[in-house]
Design a protein around this ligand. Structure first.
Ligand SMILES: Cc1cc2nc3c(=O)[nH]c(=O)nc-3n(C[C@H](O)[C@H](O)[C@H](O)COP(=O)(O)OP(=O)(O)OC[C@H]3O[C@@H](n4cnc5c(N)ncnc54)[C@H](O)[C@@H]3O)c2cc1C
Length: 436
């Protein structure tokens, strides 16, 4: 039987597997589709800031593969090597055993990891926002710091615990800042201190907040951030991170115990290890998503440098919008390579972005129509509820939104995610040294 192996269960791998089994079933094809992923779910990342802010439960943003991908063989493991001549893939299973899979067609969709810079202390003391573990950790950690500050008697330590530094003012960093702000406001109300005592710093090297939404909406977002007491500093990053302070790039010291690093992504570590051509850490592919020189290998999503046919010379940005659509084209082209249907080049005009800016506010530019305030909030929430690929999750997220509209946020840190779980290395799947 023909074997198609897909690496990664994110937007790209999930959509590709879902479509491909449908096409092959219709054609009565003698082919098996196997999906290899370290996790048994597809993560709906756009709602991670809501998880960090305590609006949505972590489970609600995970789509179980078992339920959603019937007809796909699911293998829990992390791909570590590909033999392109022998057509095998080596992966490590959850019990650390090396295993092998044979493939006739290989689809590489391992996504991306947080891009770290050579800033002293960054990897040790800062946290990212790419996994549910990181989102839950941030929520719990912020609440714990506010609770500790509330019973502390050292004014400097209280100030440090009540200071939160977020680096990266693109849409995900900005959404994180407003969600943590709303969580801190709830905590202040419920614990009984002035919310203004919680200081938020949002830094970015760029000269604009969220350049992805254009100047006008970026300026509207900046205004809202400032109204919410978030100190936005543009043209600024970090020089060093310690466990109780950071040094900004203008050499100012800021005492803090909470640093979130949300500055951008690069291709998953697997990609660099393959020895194939890459562009900015992403695997080079042709416009039909096939890897040059390897007719049986395809790649897409954040892990691939897909030519953007709507903007000659550029590659498509790493967004869920592109990843999902590329997953569909992958399914079609892999099926075509097996003799079912015809190939297509990937071409998609950006449909715009929706950015949730916390209580009662959002900015969005669907199909280039610029919206802000309540209309944007409605469009943003409706978009996510439609885009989450499972009815049960839509239901659960809708109820979470309704609960948030009626009740104050729950101030609980349950400690479900440890510092080690939320470490950058854990989120990238790099094994941590075992504790003695
Ligand atoms: C906080 C946040 C908010 C975002 N908000 C938006 C938004 O509002 N709109 C938008 O369009 N985009 C958004 N994005 C971007 C979007 O999440 C990505 O573009 C999208 O997830 C890319 O899909 P992908 O399938 O390529 O990768 P991913 O979704 O990252 O999936 C990759 C999968 O591969 C698995 N994997 C990794 N390495 C291996 C390996 N070696 N072997 C096997 N499996 C492996 C991973 O575990 C994961 O399951 C956001 C991202 C973040 C982090």
């Amino acid at each position: 039987m023909t074997s198609v192996v897909i690496v990664g269960s994110g937007f790209t791998g999930f959509e590709c597997a879902r479509r491909l089994v449908r096409i092959l079933r219709k054609q009565d094809a003698q082919a098996e589709v196997t999906l290899v992923s370290p996790v048994d779910y597809m993560l709906y990342t756009p709602l991670l800031p809501d998880v960090a802010g305590g609006v949505v439960d972590g489970r609600f943003v995970t789509i179980p593969l078992a339920n959603a991908l019937r007809g796909v063989r699911l293998v829990r493991g992390r791909a570590t090597d590909v033999d392109f001549d022998g057509k095998t893939l080596t992966y490590t299973d959850p019990e650390d055993r090396a295993r092998e899979l044979r493939w006739d067609r290989l689809v590489l969709a391992p996504g991306s990891v947080t891009r770290l810079f050579d800033i002293p202390g960054l990897a040790t003391h800062a946290r990212g926002l790419k996994s549910t573990a990181e989102a839950l950790y941030l929520r719990d950690h912020v609440l714990e710091q506010l609770e500790l500050a509330h019973v502390d008697d050292d004014p400097d330590r209280i100030r440090a615990r009540r200071t939160i530094v977020i680096v990266g003012a693109s849409y995900s960093g900005t959404e994180l800042a407003v969600q943590l702000r709303a969580l801190a406001d709830s905590a202040a109300r419920q614990l009984g201190f002035d919310p203004a005592e919680v200081r938020f710093l949002l830094l970015d090297m760029a000269e604009q907040v969220m350049p992805e939404v254009g100047e006008k909406l970026g300026a509207a977002a900046l205004e809202v951030l400032r109204q919410r007491g978030i100190d936005v500093r543009l043209g600024m990053t970090l020089n060093a991170v310690e466990d109780d302070h950071v040094i900004l790039s203008d050499d100012t010291r800021v005492d803090t115990h909470t640093v979130a690093w949300v500055t951008g992504v690069t291709g998953a570590p697997l990609i660099e290890s393959l020895g194939l051509d890459t562009e900015r850490g992403r695997l080079k592919v042709n416009a039909d998503l096939q890897v040059p020189g390897h007719p049986d290998v395809f790649a897409a999503g954040d892990a691939a440098a897909v030519p953007d046919l709507t903007k000659p010379g550029k590659i498509t940005p790493p967004t869920a919008q592109h990843a999902t659509r590329q997953g569909k084209v992958l399914a079609r082209n892999v099926a075509a390579s097996l003799g079912y249907g015809t190939r297509k080049q990937y071409k998609h005009r950006d449909m715009g972005l929706v950015v949730d800016l916390g209580p009662r506010y959002a900015v969005a530019n669907p199909l280039n129509v610029q919206l802000s305030g309540r209309p944007a909030k409605f469009v943003t929430r409706a978009y996510h509820l439609l885009a989450i690929p499972r009815l049960v999750n839509r239901w659960a997220v809708s109820l979470a939104y309704l609960t948030d509209a009626v009740f104050d946020r729950s101030v609980v840190s349950m400690g479900l995610s440890t510092t080690a779980d939320a470490n950058f290395a854990a989120s990238e799947g790099i094994p941590l040294p075992k504790a003695n």
